[in-house]
Design a binder for this molecule. Structure first.
Ligand code: ADP
Ligand code: MG
Length: 431
């Protein structure tokens, strides 16, 4: 006879007793090891290894995607009891099974079946049926996610992310339309791009593009994703069109707000973004280590979680380094850090050497930087010249280079970068 399934019960209201009695009945094959009064108690019991399955009420305060992820991380599978609530929302939290009420006759089967799930973390899947609002899945191929990362020292991650997104959105090809349209129809346009500011240290895309009064769109959609209520219309609403076919999800307004961008929510947002735009370009923070894991025995939120989620979700990673002796050294170390990152980072990469100039590395700067990076990191960089005039003017105007300085040297280099990125992921070149 198989061992009894240990169950942590966090059911609210008068049904709790019925659920506990049903799970503890002789021959049920299940036994309740803890009756938890709240989420904190449930998480502690799971962390202590007290249960294989948690049976939870949908209205358990604090139950969100992050909490379900922590239960899974502790090896505890989750069965949720819906009670009139929306089943889609619960599924979007990543739970293994949803029951229609405490009296649902499938309770025991659901608990026993769920206990057989081998690795709950691996099945912490993205159920995005709610995202499409129940509509059939978009026929187009899912959009591509590009993470733009680089080490500390302001090598130009944001600049690269903004300009790359603008090029992928084909901004240079036509005059930019009226700015900041609230285009709520979530239909994905051909050649559309979504720029996401996920830097939890120095978020600045809103000011870079002159969107000073905006509430952080990314925090808003991350909150909805955490609660399992994000749909495509909400994603579109929080990501206004700033020019042409370029949408922006602005970042947190104060660095201290980083806990609003947990990885568990970002992964949902980025998966949803694939239905909203052909290209999603994420401006990441500079750090990739999960240092918090080393400092606490218990779970702690991770400041670098947003960056790690972007790197993990990405189809291609653009790695930006500054083209001077210090920047190159940091870039070489950064590439090593990526190799040791706590999440799998895709091998499809493009390395950018930014602000290439003779004053920093000698008379033939492109060759000097390229030789150094081939030698010390085995990578051939894509050079972007130092072009302070064009970038300063674009910043002053709150516009992209493609709009404001289309014939500048830096703009040409970013346009070539977009071609490189398209080639790397095998995306068709637009007509
Ligand atoms: N190719 C370039 N030429 C001249 N200035 C640049 C270039 N790339 C970036 N900059 C400037 O360097 C500064 C830092 O760039 P930014 O993209 O914000 O760095 P990061 O996001 O890595 O911190 C900005 O003022 C930006 O305009
Ligand atoms: Mg930046």
């Amino acid at each position: 006879m198989p061992a009894e399934v240990t169950v942590l019960c966090a059911v609210s209201g008068p049904d709790e007793t019925d659920v506990v009695l049903a799970l503890g009945a002789p021959g049920a094959g299940t036994s309740v090891t803890r009756r938890c009064g709240d989420l904190a108690e449930l998480l502690a019991a799971a962390a202590a290894g007290a249960g294989t399955v948690a049976v939870v009420s949908a209205d358990l305060p604090g139950l969100d995607r992050e909490a379900v992820g922590r239960l899974h991380g502790a090896g505890t599978r989750v069965v949720a009891i819906a009670d009139d609530g929306p089943v889609d929302r619960l599924r979007a939290l990543g739970v293994e099974a949803v029951l229609e009420g405490a009296a649902d006759p499938r309770l025991l089967d659901a608990v026993r079946d769920t206990a057989r799930v081998e690795d709950p973390l691996a099945t912490h899947e993205l159920d995005l049926s709610a995202l499409s609002g129940g509509a059939p899945a978009a026929p187009a191929r899912p959009g591509t996610v590009v993470a733009v990362w680089g080490p500390v020292g302001a090598p130009g991650r944001t600049t690269t992310a903004v300009e790359l997104a603008a090029e992928l959105a084909g901004l240079g090809g036509h005059r930019a339309g009226r700015r900041r349209r609230r285009q709520e129809t979530p239909d994905r346009q051909d050649g559309s791009a979504l720029l996401v500011d996920a830097d939890t240290y120095g978020s600045c895309i809103a000011s870079r593009l002159g969107l000073l009064d905006d509430a952080p769109g990314l925090a808003a959609v991350a909150r909805a994703a955490g609660h399992g209520t994000l749909d495509l219309a909400a994603l579109a609403r929080h990501a206004p069109v700033v020019a042409g076919r370029l949408r922006v999800l602005t970042g947190i307004t104060r660095a201290a707000r980083w806990p609003e961008l947990p990885a568990s929510a970002l992964e949902v947002v980025l998966e949803g973004a694939r239905s909203l735009a052909d290209w999603t370009v994420v401006d990441c923070g500079p750090l990739v280590e999960a240092d918090e894991l080393l400092m606490y025995d218990t779970h702690a939120p991770q400041r670098n979680g947003a960056t790690l989620a972007a790197l993990q979700a990405a189809d291609v990673v653009v790695i930006v380094g500054a083209a001077d002796p210090i920047g190159i050294q940091r870039l070489v170390r950064g590439l090593e850090e990526l190799a040791e990152a706590p999440v799998p980072v895709p091998a499809t990469r493009v390395v950018v050497a930014n602000r290439v100039r003779p004053s920093a590395v000698g008379p033939d700067p492109v060759r000097a930087v390229s030789e150094a990076l081939v030698r010390y990191a085995g990578v051939e960089p894509h050079p972007v010249p130092d072009d302070g005039d064009a970038l300063d003017a674009a910043l002053l105007a709150g516009r992209t280079l493609a709009e404001h300085a289309p014939s500048s040297a830096a703009r040409r280099a970013f346009a070539e970068l977009a071609v490189l990125v398209r080639d790397r992921v095998g995306a068709p070149v637009p007509a």
